[in-house]
Design a protein around this ligand. Structure first.
Ligand code: IMP
Length: 429
């Protein structure tokens, strides 16, 4: 069986969790391959809302096994809280269902303290990180001084490495950032507890997936963040510290490209972004308020992890084509079409004006991108409520035209459109 991928085609928060949930019903294994608890996946099942940050959304389906892959950075405290929340709600998170790759890197309180200290030091130039320690944990990984989950199987080595790690970070925290040092003994004791609770979940992730695929089982790679937060292909430096793109799946799970089947991009029918950085099709005022929602519903445009209001704008097809190219998308799922209902007209950015020239590609440097002005095409809107629609033919003609336009200009077939937060509120094309 192939490995299918779910990839965010924008700046994250595209609704990947709900698409994972949709596909997980027919999938044996769902695996997270990058990021950490900076992600926030909201899944609504019969009115019940699940907010997950680390555990793959597939866990909600009883017959699915979940893997936290080697490309993830894992905060064990958050993982255990999430496991407890799911257990309370009757969901089995035992070691037969939830596995952790031994190569997964750990986030510690020192990474979180450093994330906060670095953001504070950046002042007005802050990235707007989620302050979850993601960047510092990946920095340690690439500096080859990270702590891996495999240490949970070796308590003495774990204790030694935590002591050395906290001692080194305390020097940086106190001498460079003038911040409070951490208590190494307390952190070591906490991580010894985590090791006891999580040890039995450890697997050799790549070996586990290889055996499953050879055995005819299906694997779904669940994306976190999105293409424009990719360390190499996003709006650097306003990005996360990992590779949420399809290349990151292979590295982050230890699976070769010959196993890949579908590469499913997820994009909202408009655009949103949390954190700083250029956003050519950004809206403000009444229209932005309208797209964002008031924040009283869990699917309104407020960060699942931080609660920050998201910046919102029209759909940007220049971005979408970039995502199709970088990821090799085989198809696209458009989410939140229902939010566009009731607008008189809908605009779509299909090119940029840069220094008097019209361009149809996404410039990779921030100074150029900051000077880009969105060039819009205007489409008629629709007034009907589409939340109850389940067939393409029953959508208003203007909504159908909008979907076909996105597929044609994006250069990728649209295979499904979500029209509401519920599991069933999907139109399959
Ligand atoms: P970090 O990943 O916490 O270091 O944050 C870096 C940037 O990525 C910030 O702009 C965050 O707001 C953004 N970011 C990280 N994870 C997500 C996500 O899951 N959805 C949307 N934005 C995210």
């Amino acid at each position: 069986m192939p490995l299918d991928m779910i990839i965010g085609a924008q700046w994250g928060d595209e609704g990947k969790g709900r698409v994972t949930d949709m596909l997980a019903a027919q999938t044996d294994i769902v695996a997270r391959y990058s990021g950490g608890d900076n992600a926030g996946h909201t899944v609504t099942v019969q009115g019940d809302i699940f907010k997950l940050h680390l555990i793959p959304s597939g866990i909600i389906h009883p017959n699915t096994t979940c893997l936290i892959g080697n490309g993830v950075v894992l905060n064990p405290a958050v993982l255990l809280r999430e496991m407890a929340m799911l257990t309370d709600r009757g969901i089995d998170v035992g070691s037969a269902r939830l596995k952790i790759s031994r190569n997964t890197h750990l986030i510690t309180p020192a990474h979180i303290a450093l994330d906060k200290a670095k953001e504070a030091r950046r002042g007005n130039d802050a990235i707007g990180t989620t302050l979850r320690g993601i960047g510092p944990a990946y920095t340690d990984k690439t500096s080859r001084i990270g702590l891996r989950a495999e240490l949970f199987a070796n308590p003495e080595e774990l204790a030694d490495q935590i002591q050395a790690h906290i001692a080194e970070k305390n020097e940086v925290l106190t001498k460079i950032y003038d911040a409070e040092p951490l208590d190494a003994d307390a952190v070591a004791a906490e991580y010894a507890q985590f090791a006891q609770q999580l040890r039995e979940h450890l697997v050799y992730g790549s070996v586990f997936l290889d055996a499953a695929l050879k055995d005819g089982r299906s694997v779904l790679a669940e994306g976190a963040q999105g293409t424009f937060l990719d360390l190499d292909h996003g709006t650097y430096p306003f990005v996360t510290s990992s590779a949420p793109t399809s290349g990151g799946v292979l590295v982050g799970l230890g699976v070769g490209p010959r196993m890949v089947g579908r590469v499913i991009g997820i994009a909202k029918a408009f655009t949103s972004r949390v954190g700083s950085g250029p956003f050519p099709s950004e809206l403000d005022g009444e229209l932005a308020h309208r797209l964002r929602g008031t924040g009283d519903k869990p699917w309104d445009e407020y960060g699942t992890t931080t609660g920050r209001p998201r910046r919102v704008g029209w759909l940007d097809l220049v971005m979408l084509r970039h995502a199709v190219r970088i990821n090799g998308l085989t198809e696209l799922v458009l989410t939140k079409l229902d939010i566009l209902s009731g607008l008189d007209e809908i605009r779509v950015c299909n090119a940029y004006q840069l220094d008097g020239e019209t361009i149809d590609f996404y410039p990779s440097d921030i100074p150029s991108l900051s000077r880009c002005q969105a060039v819009y095409e205007t489409h008629p809107g629709w007034q009907e409520d589409v939340m109850g629609v389940r067939e393409l033919a029953n959508l208003p003609q203007a909504a159908q035209d909008y979907i076909h336009f996105v597929a044609k200009e994006g250069g990728v077939p649209v295979t499904a459109v979500s029209v509401g937060p519920g599991r069933a509120q999907v139109v399959h094309l």
